[in-house]
Ligand binder design. Structure first.
Ligand code: NAD
Length: 370
């Protein structure tokens, strides 16, 4: 089969990582790079090893000129909605960096746009593509009735740049990875959250760099997140430190090594699962397979929105001091998306949904197993 011809939009820091991944994958061919900053696009072409790759500032134009078959949206979160919408309306499937969009309302608009255009929009939630996470889920499946899952995350990176200036930096920029992994491991969706966030006195971030959240999931399961981005000393892995508790035992994963489980004195030995590949390379493989086969991949936008809803609900809880019901976040976002929508076909799709939760589940590859 010939390689899938992809156009990459966004050639910043993460864009360069994608260009390297695309170059290493024989199933895709980079046919052009779009960036508002043409110098960044040109530098991206050089980084990709071919300075003659066509570059431009307009997605629709360059896609037509180059015969692109798919788009990678590696722009900043605020640009995810306009860029992905433009690609879908140009008839091109999209693989986009997390988050799906800047807000849940925009993510719902993109889910409806994918329905209206019949084109795939997959979010690359890269930390799902980790065989240790898959193995951890296998261990959790062996615990019998599950009661609780927790993540401790403690790092102290000095990024400089936009992260040190943004609001809610930990919840918005980092916690979505853990929240999404929690949904994956529990095979359930969240119902409500109580969250507090704060900024330690020594923090080098402007926004809150620490947060603690308790999510109620379906079946009365609890997920507890305790994270900090300014916690020097005894740091956890980038994936965080995980513990799951069930009727028959406990499963552990430090985020960097193989997970384990203790079935009340017996070592858990679940059957191994197929490899999902590694981070963005795994997401790219899954996307290409889905475009070729028409199957719904993990990360398809309908299945991913709930992870963004967890972030938005956690932030709403820190602002109000109240427990926030996730369905209220979804329904409010739906009303906002309907009001803001400019495309008739997309608005019609949004209007045809019953409850947002059921509309998302109906289209999702990740419908809860219980
Ligand atoms: N999966 C991960 O672990 C991970 C890590 C880092 C970043 N990210 C995500 O990757 C995305 C990009 O982050 P980054 O660090 O590369 O940002 P960046 O600011 O370094 O680069 C973004 C690039 O997009 C371009 N751009 C912005 N708006 C555009 C538009 N409308 N059209 C075309 N180009 C546009 C900018 O000019 C810039 O070159 C973000 O969504 C971020 O959350 C993911």
């Amino acid at each position: 089969m010939t390689a899938l011809r992809v156009l990459q939009v966004g050639a910043g820091g993460m864009g360069r990582a994608w260009l390297g991944t695309v170059a290493a994958d024989p199933d895709v061919e980079l046919v052009g790079i779009v960036d508002l900053d043409l110098d960044a696009a040109r530098a991206g072409a050089a980084h990709a090893g071919d300075p003659t790759i066509p570059v431009g500032t307009d997605l629709t134009e360059l896609a037509a000129e180059t015969g692109a078959e798919a788009v990678l949206d590696i722009t900043v979160p605020v640009a995810h909605h306009p860029v992905t919408l433009q690609a879908l309306h140009a008839g091109l499937p999209v693989l986009g960096e997390k988050p799906a969009a800047q807000t849940v309302a925009e993510a719902l608009s993109l889910a409806a746009a994918a329905e209206a255009t019949g084109k795939l929009f997959m979010v690359s939630q890269s930390r799902r593509y980790n065989d240790q996470l898959v193995a951890f889920r296998q261990h959790v499946r062996g615990l019998g009735a599950i009661g609780g899952l927790s993540t401790r995350f403690a790092k102290a990176p000095h990024f400089g740049g936009f992260r040190e200036q943004m609001d809610d930096v930990l919840l918005l920029d980092m916690a979505i990875h853990a929240f999404d992994s929690a949904r994956y491991v529990l095979e359930r969706d969240p119902v409500s959250v109580y969250c507090e966030s704060w900024n330690p006195s020594w923090s080098w971030y402007r926004g809150d760099a620490a947060a603690a959240a308790v999510f109620a999931f379906e079946d009365d399961v609890r997920y507890v997140y305790d994270g900090s981005w300014c916690a020097p000393g005894a740091e956890t892995s980038w994936n965080g430190d995980w513990r799951a508790s069930g009727a028959d035992g406990t499963a552990l994963w430090d985020g960097d090594h193989d997970p384990s489980s203790d079935l009340d004195g017996t070592t858990g030995a679940p059957s191994p699962a197929a490899s999902v590949g590694h981070e963005i390379a795994g997401a790219l493989t899954s996307f290409v397979r889905a475009v070729r086969s028409g199957e719904t991949p993990d990360g398809e936008v309908h299945g991913n929105v709930m992870s963004l809803a967890m972030v938005e609900a956690a932030i709403a809880s820190t602002r109000t001091g109240q427990r926030i019901v996730i369905d209220e976040v979804l329904e409010r976002a739906h009303a906002e998306a309907l009001t803001a929508e400019r495309h008739d076909a997309v608005r019609d799709r949004l209007a045809a949904w019953g409850s947002v939760r059921s509309a998302l589940a109906a289209q999702s590859a990740e419908a809860p197993a219980v």
